[in-house]
Write a protein that binds this ligand. Structure first.
Ligand code: ATP
Ligand code: MG
Length: 275
């Protein structure tokens, strides 16, 4: 469990980062939405101790982040940052993944098995001996994700994971998120990509000006005009379609659902029987 208790944070230049944030995040998928500058990245930087609250406390699995190192907290909370590519530093892709595992004290055979597993999952096996810096932007991001996942943290935070990713990698991220959720991990996704989020039907936390604006089911949060305006998002298309077809009390959560509904509707149509 990650627990924020009345957390306030102000940057050195006086900019307010967070204001009176209280929330608990456990297993399953949680999305964080909000306009640029709303405080989303600042919030998640408190989850592995990169930032420590000015007011209040953050606990990760019962551990106060004030009393733990970033390394200790990172073992529990793995974060894929918005510009994580900049953090790549090893000579080879393989070393990049094994570095963290060595630091966490895994045996060589365990490290070897883990490296094989994540490279194959992210389709990066061919790059094993290459320099991370020679990878494309999207591949670098996948590598950063592979690095974080290799140590199997309880919580995985993805800060804008779909930006710049092609459709295969987007599907890969979606499959990964679902798989981790089924393993009872906590996955926290910051994203402006509402279509990607809608597919996952997560709990949604909406932020504005460093505060929590709303917290609830995706269908509820994405239906509120005020939240849509404040977070500057466009409503998911399937929710929009559900509104038009007046099925909004039980909105379509997948394209297949919508297609089946429309096919049924066409079969029932009087035009069809008379034709
Ligand atoms: N290092 C910093 N020093 C001073 N102010 C900062 C710093 N980092 C962020 N801020 C400010 O804190 C506020 C929240 O920033 P944050 O990066 O958390 O926003 P965000 O919700 O992640 O936005 P985006 O969608 O653009 O990534 C903004 O007003 C930003 O200008
Ligand atoms: Mg951000």
């Amino acid at each position: 469990m990650i627990s924020f208790q009345s957390v306030g944070f102000v940057f050195q230049n006086g900019t307010r980062g967070l204001h009176d944030v209280t929330l608990e995040i456990g297993e399953g998928i949680t999305a964080i939405i909000g306009a640029n500058g709303a405080g989303k990245t600042t919030l998640v930087r408190h989850m592995n101790g990169l930032l420590v609250p000015k007011l209040g406390n953050v606990f990760v699995n019962g551990q106060n982040t004030r009393d733990a190192t970033v390394a200790q907290l990172s073992r529990m909370v793995g974060i894929l940052f918005q510009n994580s590519e900049r953090q790549l530093f090893s000579n080879t892709v393989e070393e990049e993944i094994s570095y963290g595992l060595k630091n966490f004290g895994l045996r060589d055979d365990q490290i070897g098995a883990k490296v094989d597993e994540v490279l194959s999952f992210f389709d990066l096996s061919d790059y094993r001996g290459k320099s991370p810096l020679t990878l494309s932007g999207g591949e670098k991001k996948m590598l950063c994700l592979a690095v974080v996942l290799a140590w199997e943290p309880d919580f995985l935070v993805l800060d804008e994971p779909t930006i710049g990713q092609d459709s295969i990698n987007k599907e890969r991220i979606e499959a990964l998120v679902r798989r981790l959720a089924s393993k009872r991990k906590g996955i926290i996704i910051i994203s402006h990509d509402v279509e990607f989020l809608w597919n996952l039907q997560p709990r949604v936390i909406a932020m504005s000006n460093g505060s929590i604006l709303a917290d609830g089911k995706a269908s509820h949060i994405f239906s509120k005009r005020r939240i849509i305006q404040k977070t500057r998002i466009v409503r998911p298309q399937l929710l929009e379609l559900s509104t038009i077809l007046e099925t909004v009390s039980n909105p379509f959560s997948s394209q297949d659902q919508a297609v089946n509904y429309l096919k049924d509707l066409m079969n029932k149509s009087p035009l069809k029987t008379s034709a």
